[in-house]
Design a protein around this ligand. Structure first.
Ligand code: PRX
Length: 631
């Protein structure tokens, strides 16, 4: 089994070793996996191109490590435990033996549909076991999965399908989220009408009894294709650096980019980090509430836990259905030991009042995790006191779609915890702070830009179809370093606190969004001339979306706001809907015509006292007008 660090001294020793002899350290971690053919070299890298290769020439299949490898020792142990949207519906379990059989059946069905190694398959599904099974089925045959969060619009789905040139889409008929029934297949149909010319098959999982529109040319039912298949399927031999999946994420410019992760390094790192960050022990029940549409679900619902032979829970619904006690009921029902969620969920439940949690003792909880955005001090303490009753350490885990796994985190019961601090680097991870000129900030008690100066196995390899973009976004700001896009503070003892993005990316309820992307969507409305979007502090969401919009003429502000919101929903999805829309006659610009977002951000944050000198703007008068008409 992969190393599990159990004491502070051991952490310090292992960390030192991992920095002084990284290849030796990762060799020891990689040893515990099943390789079809051993790798010939541990690492080759340079960050200029960039080119990063781990476990070179090694051959493996990640599903043999997630599934086959466990059958002898834990074939009858529950691998996936699924909890339905409706509390009175029975939970579903798949043991490792059952899961392997289902994955093989699904893999055989995909093969029969003509899908093979290297083909891209898009998933657009709710949180049902078939989603995890589908991903593993792709990995079994070497197809590349790309999950699109099922809250994105038809247009956003079509953009991703086209970028990936996907051969198939796998979806559900409907998705159930609390009281809502969302017509998932309809969205896929709409996307297929927009474009998606590469798609030959749409495989539909039946999740409800609702009717759906059907096109015999492309549509087929999951149960009809899968259930008749053989329960064994040989695993495709993959190179360490073959693509495992693409996951689209937002940046400060342009359309979302497809972050590419590869087989070998991702396998080694997600397993290692899962075992250590959550201190998972045999018999534990682990629950991560993320959606598999995001990287957290990939690494810490599916791959990490299954690689480590854990019991991983999936929940179909939302935190507050039927009541704000639902999370705690589920923790009690399944005696959850490790619970991993996002600050926005904690804040939302905290706002519902303590009566929903006060009589919900959850003595099984050993570790509480937080991910996706900075956790504010109040939420941290509520999580600690109300959920963990002071007995379950909080791991505030910092990482990104691009990092593939958790890079900064306390280790529960091993390193100390400090509210709002993601604290210390994982073994093998070498974070640094730099100033705007790229000079290293060596001292503690300082703030700077967070970079990583040495590769780790699960790092981004490229952005799909556009390597130049990968280089420009992550490796060009500071020579020889991966730039995270985050600003951070290091305290007097070396703990790191990630403050937030320093680029034009905002984090709304833990959903990452590019302001340019939202602006482009707003500008699609025919009445809009120009817009500028910034983030502002929001009590529950962390950040809200504030849009300044110039229109031709606004007859009725409310109607126009509704129409703009509808346009954004159509272009991206409901998660990108602006919280505030302010109509303005102009936007503050530099003499070269660049929008001064810094000023707009301050106005949205009601911080106009620190605007500084605005006299050099092209149109300084507009600033006062915007302040006067602020929402
Ligand atoms: O700004 C950081 C924030 O989320 C960004 C990454 O978003 P995404 O790729 O969607 O991945 C989220 C789940 C891993 C980061 O650049 N972020 C993530 N975790 C934290 C965080 N900010 C502060 N503290 C965290 N623990």
């Amino acid at each position: 089994m992969t190393l599990q660090i159990r004491s502070l001294n051991q952490y310090k020793e292992v960390y030192k070793q991992s920095v002084e002899h990284p290849e030796k350290f990762w060799d020891e971690q990689a040893e515990t996996f099943f390789w079809r053919k051993p790798y010939s070299k541990t690492l080759e890298w340079e960050f200029d191109t960039p080119s990063v290769q781990w476990f070179i020439d090694g051959k493996l299949n990640i599903t043999e490590n997630c599934l086959d490898r466990h059958i002898e020792d834990r074939g009858d142990q529950v691998a996936i435990l699924w909890e339905a949207n409706e509390p009175d519906e029975d939970s579903i379990t798949y043991t490792y033996t059952e899961l392997l059989a289902k994955v093989c059946q699904t893999a055989n069905a995909l093969k029969e549909m003509g899908i093979g190694k290297g083909d891209r398959v898009i998933f657009y599904m709710p949180m049902v076991p078939e989603l995890a099974i589908g991903l593993l089925a792709c990995a079994r045959i070497g197809a590349v999965h790309s999950v699109v969060f099922a809250g994105f619009s038809a247009q956003a789905l079509a953009d991703r399908v086209d970028d990936a040139q996907a051969k198939a889409i796998i979806c559900s008929d409907y998705s159930r989220r609390g009281t809502k029934m969302i017509p998932v297949k309809d969205v896929v149909d709409e996307a297929m009408n927009i474009s998606c010319n590469s798609v030959e098959h749409v495989l539909v999982h039946k999740n409800t009894t609702q009717e759906v529109n059907w096109s015999d040319d492309v549509d087929s039912w999951w149960h009809e294709q899968v259930d008749c298949q053989e329960q064994t399927c040989p695993a495709e031999e993959m190179d360490s650096e073959d693509m495992l999946f693409i996951l689209y994420t937002s940046g400060s410019t342009g359309k979302p980019k497809g972050v590419v992760h590869t087989c070998g390094g991702y396998m080694v790192y997600t397993c290692f980090s899962f075992r250590n960050v959550f201190q998972y022990q045999d018999g534990d029940v682990y629950w991560c509430t993320a959606d598999i549409g995001w990287i957290t679900g990939h690494s810490y619902i599916v791959y990490g836990p299954l690689l480590a032979g854990a019991t991983t829970m999936m929940y179909e619904g939302v935190p507050n259905y039927p009541t704000p006690s639902r999370f705690w009921e589920i923790c009690q029902k399944h005696k959850v030991n490790q619970f991993y969620t996002a600050p926005t969920a904690i804040r939302a439940l905290m706002a519902c009042g303590n009566e929903w949690i006060d009589d919900r003792e959850m003595p099984s909880l050993k570790v509480l995790g937080s991910v996706g955005e900075p956790i504010n001090e109040e939420a941290w303490h509520w999580y600690d006191e109300k959920v963990g009753r002071g007995k379950a350490p909080i791991v505030d885990t910092w990482w990104q779609t691009e990092t593939g796994g958790i890079l900064l985190t306390p280790l529960p019961g091993i390193t100390d915890t400090k509210p709002t601090y993601a604290s210390y680097p994982m073994p093998g991870v070498q974070p640094v702070l730099v100033n705007n000129e790229g000079e290293l900030i060596e001292e503690n008690n300082a703030e700077g830009l967070l970079c990583i100066k040495f590769p780790w196995p699960s790092m981004i390899r490229t952005t799909y179809g556009d390597h130049e973009r990968c280089k420009n976004v992550y490796f060009s700001s500071f020579k020889g370093m991966y730039f995270t896009g985050d600003g951070a503070r290091r305290d007097e003892d070396g703990r790191i606190r990630v403050i937030g993005r320093v680029d034009d990316v905002i984090n709304v309820s833990g959903h990452r969004m590019g302001t340019a992307e939202v602006e482009n969507a707003i500008n699609e409305h025919p009445g809009v001339i120009e817009s500028a979007v910034v983030g502002y502090p929001h009590d529950i969401k962390g950040q809200g979306i504030y849009a300044y919009v110039i229109c031709q003429d606004v007859l009725d502000a409310k109607t126009m706001q509704d129409e703009i919101c509808a346009t954004v929903r159509k272009e991206i999805g409901p998660i990108a809907k602006p919280d505030v829309i302010q109509f303005v006659s102009g936007l503050p610009k530099t003499r070269s015509g660049k929008i001064m977002r810094r000023i707009l951000r301050k106005i949205a944050c009601k911080d106009e006292k620190s605007l500084g000198d605005i006299s050099t703007l092209l149109n300084p008068d507009v600033v006062q007008e915007i302040i006067d008409t602020r929402k």
